[in-house]
Ligand binder design. Structure first.
Ligand SMILES: [Fe+2]
Ligand SMILES: [Fe+2]
Length: 208
């Protein structure tokens, strides 16, 4: 299923939509924790604190949107309240692992330097993806007359991509080459995630 078709199917069913919002909330929460976990005294700038605060807000905001649907609440991130729970977490974890492996093999990085470089590149790839998905999602929400809105997230995600690009420029003169490698890895993982989401939704529809 293509992303547009997938999101349209999700939005047309409040119960599936609720769990999709909760799944996105989980991924925002993982992203927020990743930023906080990589804070160091020498890197905790205004920009980094703003980014962490906004990702935490996205997790909260998406969870809050569930209340606008005629569906049961998703109180926690336990598997029953998510769509394709394993795959949705695996996408981010695998991206982290693949990025660290790439940096060890190609830049010979270790320890804190490796951790920080992985954070920069993984977050960059996620921001590129967020800038693609959220506008498509919003367009479908508007066209289907949904009460849910992700408009306030879109603007902040655009700012994050600029922030990550600025930090990557400081990190390496070859940042574009490394970023491109990350995008290739992320695209593969993203396709797997979308396929798993599609399968989970088909199963739900067969059960209902
Ligand atoms: Fe976000
Ligand atoms: Fe972001």
């Amino acid at each position: 299923m293509e992303i547009e078709e997938l999101i349209r199917t999700i939005v047309s069913d409040d119960h599936i939509h609720a769990r999709f919002l909760n799944t996105l909330s989980l991924q925002e929460n993982i992203g927020a924790r990743k930023i906080s976990a990589n804070e160091l005294p020498e890197t905790s700038t205004y920009m980094v604190l703003k980014h962490a605060a906004e990702e935490h807000r996205h997790a909260f905001y998406l969870k809050k949107q569930i209340g606008k649907l005629g569906a049961e609440r998703c109180p926690t991130y336990e598997p029953d309240y998510l769509l394709a729970p394993y795959s949705s977490k695996y996408y981010l974890n695998k991206l982290d692992m693949s990025c660290s492996r790439y940096l060890m093999e190609h830049l010979n990085l270790k320890g804190a330097k490796l951790k920080f470089a992985a954070y920069l590149l993984v977050t960059y790839a996620i921001e590129v993806r967020a800038d693609l998905i959220y506008p498509v999602y919003q367009e479908i929400l508007s066209s289907m007359g949904s009460k849910v809105s992700v408009r306030s997230i879109i603007l902040e995600e655009q700012g994050h991509l600029e922030e990550m690009t600025a930090q990557l420029r400081v990190f390496s003169a070859d940042w574009e080459l490394h970023a491109q490698q990350m995008i290739t890895i992320e695209t593969h993982l993203y396709k797997n995630w979308i396929n798993d989401l599609g399968r989970a939704i088909c199963k739900e529809q067969q059960l209902s």
